[in-house]
Design a protein around this ligand. Structure first.
Ligand SMILES: N[C@@H](CCC[C@H](N)C(=O)O)C(=O)O
Length: 308
């Protein structure tokens, strides 16, 4: 008997799987925004046991199509109708304004699917334009630099993570962050902290939730960081959180600008902070493509929800 070759199933949703320093994404090429990307579908795609598994979903669509379909109410300032737009969703189905690792992988996917050429690529996000430049490209691997815009300094706050309270700098990277530089913390001790536990933060300060970074102080231009992301739990890397951490680590050292290498469990990323701007440079990998069978998606029993 000849086994049937793989063909697109009738209810198949084409996907690409990629990651940036192990912050992983299901990428949905959906230029005209035809897919009804509701919370249940996002959760099913991101489910690490019953789905493909990812920290988030990146839908590729034009900004104009997302407005036409009502996914966006208005175009963010500086984003044009024809721009590719990164419609980002967290693993729990919530929407976020920005994802720094996501923009690198998104730009890489645009190039590898022929939607853009290498060079500077305009990319729209809910927090405005985040142009990316492919610095190296070798099929499934790329090095991408993203213009991350000007970090906003919001003040100081604190968070309880695993029973210990940390003070941090609140940084707006389009999405909210609390970057906590812990005096005397070394990389080995950071590895032992219970960053997977749900952070207890000031909901008055962060009414829409917050991403929490715990990091070592700046030493020779480097810091180590771990992150608990809003809507995804602990991840191996977070691009916006990496820039927020660089801002906080430099501030802690009495500086406002400079270059910082941030080590995360998933690898290393370079951050450049300049007058009124920031950039993130790091790798992207594309590892798979295929079809997600929508009718095969299995709702999770309530008892297993904490794993999402
Ligand atoms: N992993 C991302 C950030 C994704 C969004 C975040 N969880 C939020 O809800 O704000 C990154 O690389 O920046």
């Amino acid at each position: 008997m000849n086994p049937a070759p793989l063909t697109a199933p009738q209810d198949g949703l084409a996907f690409i799987k990629g990651h940036g320093t192990l912050n992983d994404f299901v990428i949905l090429p959906d230029d005209n925004a035809e897919v009804d990307l509701d919370e249940n579908l996002v959760r099913a795609l991101c489910d690490r046991r019953a789905g493909i598994g990812a920290d988030g979903v990146l839908r590729i669509a034009t900004a104009g199509a997302l407005v036409e379909r009502g996914v966006l109410t208005v175009l963010p300032e500086g984003v044009d109708d024809d721009d590719w737009f990164m419609d980002y969703r967290n693993a729990d189905g919530s929407t976020a304004e920005m994802c720094g690792n996501g923009v690198r992988v998104f730009a890489h996917a645009l190039v590898s699917t022929g939607r853009a050429g290498v060079g500077r690529i305009p990319i729209g996000t809910r927090s405005g334009p985040r142009p990316a430049e492919i610095l190296e490209h070798d099929g499934n691997h790329a090095v991408v630099r993203v213009d991350m815009g000007e970090p906003g300094l919001l003040g100081v706050s604190s968070v309880d993570l695993g029973g210990r309270v940390y003070a941090g700098l609140a940084v707006d990277m389009g999405n909210p962050h609390l970057a906590c530089i812990v005096p005397g913390l070394g990389a080995a001790a950071l590895r032992d902290l219970p960053v997977h536990e749900a952070p207890v933060y000031d909901t008055g300060f962060f009414p829409g939730g917050v991403n929490v970074e715990i990091a070592t102080p700046l030493t020779d231009g480097r810091v180590s960081m771990r992150v608990h992301e809003r809507g995804s739990g602990e991840t191996m890397s977070c691009g916006t959180g990496i820039v927020a951490t660089a801002v906080a680590a430099l501030a802690d050292a009495g500086e406002a600008m400079g270059e910082v290498v941030v080590e995360v469990p998933g690898g290393e990323i370079e951050v450049s902070l300049t007058e009124g701007g920031s950039a993130l440079t790091g790798p992207s990998a594309i590892v798979a493509e295929g079809w997600f069978r929508r009718s095969g998606a299995t709702p999770r029993p309530e008892a297993s929800r904490s794993e999402l």
